[in-house]
Design a protein around this ligand. Structure first.
Ligand code: ADP
Ligand code: MG
Length: 689
């Protein structure tokens, strides 16, 4: 049921993870590490800012002393004072080692990992420029590249600073989104009534009811009930463990089919904060596939830059030109090939895309799934709680035994008070509205996709679907239900000691937004299908109302994921959207799993993307944004690499014979221009609404 999210932490900058000191596998662990992580990011932003400003200040005297800049602004001919070269050398050395440090360190990291990338190239380019210039200062004939070197590093530093800041900004947008979503807990008061409270308000000693599929809000001890609990998100162990009274329940683990009451042993605040940070971090750390593409491109650019550099030097030397000229060409090639724009191409789009998605209430847990969303052929929606409101009310009660309406409601509501299902909530609400109180049940068990059972006042009470009744070989006079069936109502049966005593008809309403969502998806060329555990009659009426392409009714939880597989085998790329315990396996199976934010924790835990606003129209936003984001990334990759195809030959001096030679300075300008284009292009990411 659980999905292994790739937690290999990838910093948003393809190079920066090398000097960030972070690596390896961040599994779900709680507590202090999470805060450190956040601080670390902030620390890096500050570090880049500091290095940038200090380097910029040191760059000023280098610029003033550089002959080229001076002649450009026409002040001072010749040397201002003797030993000027040495002074320039000292300042340049400061910038090289202080400003260049992150890149030099990153380069070493990349080489150690046998993955030369952008850091290697930047380091190589500035090192060649620096070493050559130093040689010129002390003996060699030629010209120094100090001011080019310094400005190059300034640009790189400001680029990384801005990049990290926009990533941090996206982080905080995500954080407020997660806080919006994180669920409430059902606290029991002294008379065992449920009160919904914020998880962060839970105190030591509070008793909390945990229904099937819900998350244990904070560490505690089970005081009532038995259930299997899935702790995989904490321990990695995917087999649920049986837990009963007296056992510990760990905050963050997910309850299975039983219903339990725990006594909180810690405050909810710790778990709550840890969860916020966890989800945000997970979302930030999930890999973008396009980023991998960018990383590969950067590696090839590195090889290209190095070989072009070598070819350039040797060719010019063989043609009989001076070393000074040949080296200048080679350095220009290195500088120009430096894929700074490439390093920003994807992260800046990711940051812009994250900000937009957060504004639309989309919490993306798995970026590569989000990127797959652009190629979706079909969307499967769960019915109850997804396409419909999931706010049921009882419309009819058909009695067949000796029990009167009040006793039936009393027993039914007692069982349902422990269920997380929307039907259950509807039954409890109607019962309470009628002023009927119900006892606390014992031995509650969910029957996934079929109903629920419990002991009420010593009697075995079950609330089940028509399918369950059929399978159990129990009879219910169909004639009594024909009116209700014609209206497309959901029907459940109450059994007492395995004997049907009543049928309850419930009405749910189709969400207004579903209509528009279906229409827009169809316009986008996506097939819209519905998957439900409800009866065929209900499914049909909803499918007709919404004009769906296909629907599947009476699908059991295990069959839901099989259905998804079946559709995938038809060659369709399919997304599943659901809210319930029964949807979780299907969410995992689908190419893209989308959970309704108001749904159960287990659905949220199994999904790639969460619709925090619980609005099915946001599914269209996912597809649109995924398409737009991908287009932007590819555009940016072209902008970042494409210019090399003409800039490299230019820098190498291929057009020397026609009088066109690019100076290293012009190379640096061209390179930064491409960075600016990429940054602006990322900012222009938009979707229609
Ligand atoms: P959906 O796929 O539409 O969300 P489910 O798979 O959750 O539906 O439920 C399928 C059917 O199982 C329901 O229509 C209902 O008949 C029955 N059912 C499931 N849980 C319960 C419950 N707690 N109380 C009564 N009936 C239930
Ligand atoms: Mg549902």
């Amino acid at each position: 049921m659980e999905r292994q999210h790739a937690h290999q932490h990838e910093s948003m900058s393809m190079g920066s993870d090398n000097f960030s000191g972070r690596s390896g596998d961040h599994s779900h662990h709680k507590g202090h590490g999470d805060h450190e992580h956040h601080d670390h990011h902030e620390h890096m932003v500050r570090d880049f800012r500091k290095r940038f400003w200090i380097s910029l200040i040191i760059t000023v005297p280098i610029l003033i002393l550089s002959p080229m800049i001076r002649s450009f602004f026409r002040f001072g001919d010749g040397e201002l004072f003797s030993g000027e070269g040495i002074v320039q050398f000292v300042f340049a050395t400061l910038v090289f080692f202080y400003g260049g440090w992150p890149f030099l360190k990153g380069c070493i990291g990349e080489i150690k990992k046998h993955q030369p990338g952008m850091m290697t190239l930047i380091a190589l380019a500035v090192s060649v420029a620096y070493i050559y210039s130093v040689a010129v200062v002390f003996s060699l004939e030629g010209k120094v590249f100090f001011w080019e070197l310094a400005t190059l590093l300034d640009i790189m530093l400001v680029g990384h600073w801005i990049e990290m800041r926009s990533v941090m900004g996206a982080s905080s947008a995500l954080e407020s989104l997660v806080k919006l979503m994180l669920s409430e807990a059902a606290r029991l008061n002294d008379s065992d009534e449920v009160e919904m409270v914020e998880v962060s308000d839970l105190k030591h000693g509070d008793r909390v009811l945990i229904r099937p599929g819900e998350k244990v809000p904070a560490d505690g001890v089970i005081v009532r009930g038995r259930s299997s609990i899935n702790e995989s998100m904490l321990t990695g162990e995917s087999i649920p463990v049986e837990r009963g009274e007296g056992d510990e329940a760990i905050g963050g683990s997910i309850n299975g089919e039983g219903s339990i009451v725990i006594k909180i042993m810690k405050t909810g605040d710790d778990t709550y904060l840890a969860q916020v940070v966890n989800l945000v971090r997970e979302a930030q750390a999930s890999r973008s596939r396009t980023q991998d593409l960018a990383n590969r491109a950067a590696m090839w650019l590195t090889y290209l830059a190095v070989s072009s550099g070598i070819i350039t030097v040797t060719t010019w030397l063989l043609l009989g030109f001076s070393l000074d000229f040949a080296l200048e060409r080679a350095v220009t090639v290195m500088v120009i090939t430096c894929p700074h724009a490439l390093g920003l191409a994807v992260p800046l789009v990711v940051a812009a895309s994250t900000a937009i998605s957060a504004a639309h209430g989309l919490l993306i847990r798995d970026r590569s799934a989000f990127e797959r969303a652009r190629g979706l052929d079909a969307i499967l929606f769960d019915k109850t709680g997804t396409l419909t409101e999931g706010r049921f009310g009882i419309t009819d009660i058909v009695l067949v035994g000796d029990l009167d309406e009040e006793s039936v409601l009393r027993m039914t509501a007692s069982v349902e008070s422990r269920s997380e299902h929307p039907i259950a909530a509807g039954i409890v609400k109607t019962t309470v509205d009628r002023g009927i109180s119900y006892p606390v049940p014992n031995d509650f068990q969910a029957i996934p996709g079929k109903g629920a059972s419990a002991k009420v006042d010593g009697r075995a009470v079950k609330v089940v679907s028509p399918g369950y009744l059929r399978e159990a070989g129990l009879e219910f006079d169909d004639a009594l239900l024909s009116d209700i069936n014609a209206k497309g109502r959901t029907i459940v049966f109450t059994l007492v000691d395995e004997v049907p005593v009543a049928a309850l008809a419930l009405a749910d309403v189709v969400r207004e937004e579903s209509r528009e969502a279906v229409k827009r998806l169809k316009e986008m060329g996506v097939r819209v299908m519905m998957l439900t555990g409800d009866s065929n009659a209900v499914a049909k009426s909803v499918a007709e109302e919404l004009d769906l392409d296909e629907y599947f009714a009476e699908v059991l939880p295990a069959e839901k994921s099989a259905k998804v597989r079946e559709i995938q085998q038809r060659g369709l790329r399919v997304a599943m959207t659901g809210d319930g315990v029964n949807d979780a396996p299907a969410l995992t199976q689908a190419d893209v799993g989308i959970a309704i934010g108001a749904g159960t924790d287990v659905a949220i835990e199994s999904a790639d993307i969460i619709l925090v606003r619980s609005d099915p129209r946001d599914v269209t936003t996912i597809i649109e944004l995924s398409r737009a984001t991908y287009r932007k990334m590819i555009q940016n990759l072209w902008w970042a690499t494409g210019y090399n195809s003409f800039a490299i030959p230019l820098a190498a001096g291929v057009f020397f014979s026609v009088g066109i030679v690019l100076s290293p300075a012009a190379g640096a300008v061209l390179m930064s221009l491409s960075t600016v284009v990429v940054a602006i292009n990322a900012r222009l990411l938009r979707i229609a609404n």
